[in-house]
Write a protein that binds this ligand. Structure first.
Ligand code: AHR
Length: 507
């Protein structure tokens, strides 16, 4: 029997888990918006066209913040097209995904949807084909109270109160040759700085009236595989360090042409990326002798079957079915591992967005005109969002390891969160595909605890999926057998399993 040991101490803390760690992303791409969150005429749609069945799943998923409207889409987007009377909104060629954008859903609908869903909007501005001026205008439309042309336009469009959007992304993946308006790092850094300046003015230091505190996310390199990885991040930050709060990080892992062992190793690479990019942020601060810390916004992460041939679709179609990956149990285990990495680095990753939310590489699937259901990856996310709130604990883990892609990968991945009521929630991934793993967790200085619940996601078939016909093929189920004696929890994790064990204090 393989064995692993974890040591926890109640005084060893990574940091408070930010609610924004459990964000997601809705892009005007495929059926994410149209047929996803918005489908007027659907039997479950409300009077605004928002699908109530999808809203219920979004709430159950526990999403805190949603990034919008892209993604690659944003770099060609004219936000003005998506506001005002719907019958006057233009239809446009959308070049990022070769679709027709009808603009029936835009900024006002998105903010309304966020309020109904109970999530915070995270708005991206177009710094690809457009620039600081238009970004400033969108900011004014959203956040200026009244008395200017754009604020009054919002009011005329039925929104008396400002949208009060606090989180702003300064473009998307601007280092990518695939990006409309792709720029060299220095040029982009200056463009982002000027946009943040316009949007941040007048700031609280120059105003006698209280103003909302807005935060800005600047684009980091869009993948570790980019030749400019690291250099781009540093060069961008040198231009706009004072104006921005977060540097974005993106990563996707494709299960295609890859073993399950290699897929499950990816959360370790994600940890490496977080440490590398954090070091670059701090190096830029050090050169300036600045105490300011630029944190990370991991605002696109997921499993994505990137090389999967897309089913043929008509060019310039409205909301064609794009990137509709159907996830396996193995993918859900990988997503669980990625959540563990985010929790363990939550002192510097202060925002994270699972990309995306509905239909497009999403935890939620719908059929246009039909039902909505949970993909396999829905479950670890929902559990982490519900039970990963509190203080993430530092831990020492001794685990057997396997060799994969030239690295030693620990069989056990762990995160631990101390909850507000004195309990501890453990997230444990056994990456061993063939053997169970006997884990002991030393609980130092916590007082008497007992295992209250153990929920497991596991199945003999790692390729099992949830579908419209079998929407609950993979879901968490209760598990038993954990004991605590002398302050040590002992449990046996089945092979290839995602486990959440809730410990509660003994009164
Ligand atoms: O999430 C799908 C795409 O992946 C986004 O549009 C882009 O930002 C990234 O490359």
């Amino acid at each position: 029997m393989n064995r692993a040991r974890v040591v926890l101490d109640r005084d060893f803390v990574v940091g408070q888990v930010p609610g924004r760690l459990f964000g997601s992303f809705v892009e005007h791409l495929g059926r994410a918006v149209y047929g996803g969150i918005y489908e007027p005429g659907h039997p479950a749609a409300d009077e605004r066209g928002f699908r109530r069945d999808v809203l219920a799943l979004v709430r159950e998923l526990g999403v805190s913040v949603v990034r919008y409207p892209g993604g690659n889409f944003v770099s060609g987007y004219r936000w003005e097209d998506g506001v005002g009377p719907r019958n006057r909104r233009p239809r446009r060629r959308e070049l990022a995904w070769m679709s027709t954008e009808t603009n029936q859903f835009g900024t006002d609908e998105f903010v309304d949807w966020c309020r109904v869903a109970g999530v915070e909007p995270m708005m991206a501005v177009n710094l690809g084909l457009r620039g600081p001026a238009e970004a400033g205008e969108l900011f004014e439309y959203c956040n200026h109270p009244a008395g200017t042309a754009l604020a009054d336009q919002r009011i005329a469009n039925g929104h008396l109160e400002p949208h009060d959007v606090r989180l702003w992304c300064l473009g998307n993946e601007m280092d990518g040759p695939w990006q409309m308006g792709n720029l060299p790092a220095g040029e982009y850094g200056r463009k982002a700085r000027e946009a943040a300046k316009l949007m941040g003015w007048p700031d609280k230091n120059r105003s006698s009236t209280p103003l909302p505190e807005c935060e800005f996310v600047v684009c980091g390199s869009s993948a570790r595989g980019m030749g400019s990885y690291g250099q781009w991040d540093q060069a961008v930050l040198e231009e706009c360090f004072e104006q921005v709060d977060y540097l974005s990080v993106h990563s996707y892992i494709s299960p295609m042409n890859r073993s399950v062992e290699s897929l499950l190793a990816f959360p370790e690479t994600m940890g490496t990326m977080i440490r590398e990019i954090t070091a670059i942020c701090d190096a830029v601060a050090a050169r300036r002798k600045s105490r300011k810390r630029v944190n990370l916004s991991y605002d696109e992460w997921n499993v994505w079957y990137m090389e999967r041939p897309q089913p043929p679709f008509e060019a310039w179609a409205e909301a064609p079915p794009l990137l509709e990956d159907v996830y396996t149990l193995a993918d859900a285990l990988c997503v669980g591992g990625m959540l563990i990495t985010l929790l363990n680095h939550c002192d510097r990753v202060r925002i994270a967005c699972l990309a995306q939310l509905v239909n497009v590489i999403g935890p939620i699937m719908t059929r246009t005109g039909g039902p909505a259901w949970r993909q396999t990856i829905f479950h670890p996310f929902a559990q982490a969002s519900r039970l990963g709130r509190g203080e993430a604990l530092r831990h020492v883990t001794e685990s057997p390891a396997y060799s994969c892609d030239g690295e030693d990968v620990p069989t056990l991945a762990t995160a631990a969160v101390r909850t507000g009521d004195g309990g501890v929630n453990l997230f444990l991934l056994n990456r061993g595909l063939a053997s169970p793993l006997r884990v002991s967790v030393e609980l130092r200085a916590f007082g008497a605890m007992r295992p209250a619940r153990w929920s497991i996601v596991q199945d003999a078939d790692l390729s099992a999926r949830n579908t419209e016909q079998q929407p609950a093929r993979i879901q968490p189920r209760p598990h038993g057998g954990a004991t605590i004696e002398g302050g040590v929890l002992t449990c046996e994790l089945p092979p290839a399993s995602w486990n959440v064990i809730e410990l509660e204090p003994v009164a």
